[in-house]
Design a protein around this ligand. Sequence first.
Ligand SMILES: Cc1cc2nc3c(=O)[nH]c(=O)nc-3n(C[C@H](O)[C@H](O)[C@H](O)COP(=O)(O)OP(=O)(O)OC[C@H]3O[C@@H](n4cnc5c(N)ncnc54)[C@H](O)[C@@H]3O)c2cc1C
Length: 403
Amino acid sequence: MEFTDSDRVKQLREQLWAFMDEQVRPAEPEYWRDFSAETIPHRIPAVMETLKAEARRRGLWNLFLPDERFGAGLTNVEYAPLAEISGWSPLAPEAMNCSAPDTGNMEVLVQFGTPEQQEKWLKPLLAGDIRSCIGMTEPDVASSDPTNIATRIESDGDDYVINGRKWWTSGAAHPKAKVVLLIGLSDPEADKYRRHTMVLVPFDTPGVSIIRQLPVFGFDDPGSHCEVSFENVRVPKSNRVGEEGIAFLIAQMRLGPGRLHHCMRMIGVAEHALSLMCERAKSRTAFGQRLAEQGVVREQIARSRVEIEQARLLCQRAAWLLDTVGNREARFEISAIKVVAPNVACNVIDRAIQVHGGAGVSKDFPLTQMYAYARSLRFMDGPDEVHLATIGREELRREDGRL
Ligand SMILES: Cc1cc2nc3c(=O)[nH]c(=O)nc-3n(C[C@H](O)[C@H](O)[C@H](O)COP(=O)(O)OP(=O)(O)OC[C@H]3O[C@@H](n4cnc5c(N)ncnc54)[C@H](O)[C@@H]3O)c2cc1C
C-alpha cells in the first residue's frame, strides 16, 4: 500500500489549505448569521456562491470524481487527504461541489445515467447550478433493512406513478434542490433484492410535497433533511435509472465511495476538535497549572491523537482497496471505517467539550454542532449495527475457510 502524497496531491493540499484559511473559515460567521431554516426552501447565504466561484477559480472543484471526463480524476487514496481538509469546515464540501448526497448521485448518473439524463441532471450538478437528493429512508419502516422500502412505483403506460413517504431526505429544502433519486418498490413479487427500482423525480412534479424539515439534535441543519411525500406522482419511464429491479445494486455502488467520503471528512472533523482541545488546554489554568500540564488532560489528548491515526490508516486502506480491487471487494473495510470514523470523532469531540468546560456546550465553539454531525453519521448510510453485522458475517466466513 502506498499512501505517500503524489506531487499533484501535495500541491492540491497546499491550495486547499490556502482556500480554507483565506476564504472558507473567515466566511463562517457571515454564513451562520444569514442562514435560516425558517422557510422551505431554506435561506442559503449568498456567500456560498462566492465561495463556489472561488473554489472553481482555484481548481478545487469536483475533486471527488475519479472519472476525469467529469471530475478531477483523482484516485480515492489521492482524494482522502483533501476530503479530510474539507472536514475542517461545514461550508467547504458544498463550496467545492463535493458534498453529500450530490457526490454519490453524480457518480450514479456517470455510471448508469442515459445521455439524456446526463445532459439534464448530471451537467448542472457538475456545474454546481443545482443540487440533488437521495430518497431511500421512510418513516414507516425500518429502513436500515432497505428491502423494507415500501414507497410504490407502479407502471402505467409510458409512466410510473409513485406513492409514499420518505424522510431524512438530505438537501430537500436547499433552494437549488431540483431532483431526488428515489428508490421504491416496483415489483413486490420479485426476489427481495430485485423488487426495487430507482427513478429520478423532479421536485416540481405535481404531487411532491416537502412536509417539514427535521432538525438534528435541535439544530437547524444546513443539510436540510426533510420529510417528503409523494402522492400520485407521475414521471415518464425515461426517468428510470438503470433497469427495473436493480436499485440495490446501484445503491451499493453509490454507497461505497459515498460512505468513504463521509469518513474522510469525519477524520478532518476529529482533527479540528483535537486542535480546539489543545488550544483550550494551553490557555486555561486550574489548580495552579495549565490544563495542558495536567496528566489527565494530556491522556485525553494522547488518546485522541492515537485514535485519529488509527482511523486515518483504516480509511486509507479502504480507499486503496476501492481503487485497486473495487467496491465489492472493499466492502468489509468500508463497513469497518464507517463504524470507526464517526465513533472516533464522537470520542474526540466529547473530550474536547469536557476540556472546554461549560464553554464546550455553548454556541461560542462549534463543538456541539460537530458532535451532532458525527453522532448522526452513525446512522447515515446505514447504522453501526448493520455494518458490524457485515463485518461479523465476513469474519466468520473467513474463519470457516481457514478451518
Ligand atoms: C442526518 C441524517 C441524514 C440522513 N440523510 C439521508 C438521505 O439523504 N437519504 C436517505 O434515504 N436517508 C438518510 N438518512 C437516513 C439513514 O440512512 C437512516 O436513518 C438509517 O439507514 C437507519 O434507518 P432507520 O432510521 O429507519 O432506522 P431503523 O431501521 O429503524 O433502525 C433503528 C436501529 O435498529 C438497530 N438495528 C437495525 N438493524 C440492525 C441489525 N441488523 N442488528 C442490530 N441492530 C440493528 C440499530 O441500532 C438502528 O439504529 C439520514 C439520517 C440522518 C440522521
